[in-house]
Ligand binder design. Structure first.
Ligand SMILES: [Zn+2]
Length: 113
């Protein structure tokens, strides 16, 4: 399900995470870390490439977006944020009632920062 919502692309960088979900060339990221009261509900999960998972490490989602923005520039970042809004809406629709850790409002807030 997450695979379809993310269209087989890494949640953060947007690169392909394999030809199909069976490839399992992605890793699972808890957007809000379990140690920071994040949940294991799908709404808090994202499929990410190995590179992003490694470089995110202990960073929060917001901190990691900030570092990606610095690396790739504002135009790239705005484009990614538009995709992220669609992903969050897709997750809310696919997993209704799971509002925990849904950061859509925060993500929208990131766009013009
Ligand atoms: Zn990535």
């Amino acid at each position: 399900m997450l695979w379809d919502i993310q269209e087989g692309k890494c949640y953060f960088c947007g690169n392909s995470i394999g030809a199909s979900v069976a490839d399992r060339s992605y890793e699972l990221d808890h957007l809000v870390a379990l140690s920071n009261r994040g949940t294991k509900w799908p709404i808090n999960l994202a499929l990410v490439c190995k590179k992003c998972n490694q470089s995110k490490y202990t960073k929060s989602e917001e901190e990691f977006w900030y570092s990606l923005k610095k690396l790739n520039g504002i135009e790239w970042y705005r484009h990614r944020m538009n995709v992220i809004i669609i992903i969050h809406k897709g997750k809310s629709k696919a997993f209704p009632g799971q509002k925990q850790n849904c950061q859509l409002d925060e993500v929208v807030g990131y766009i013009y920062r």
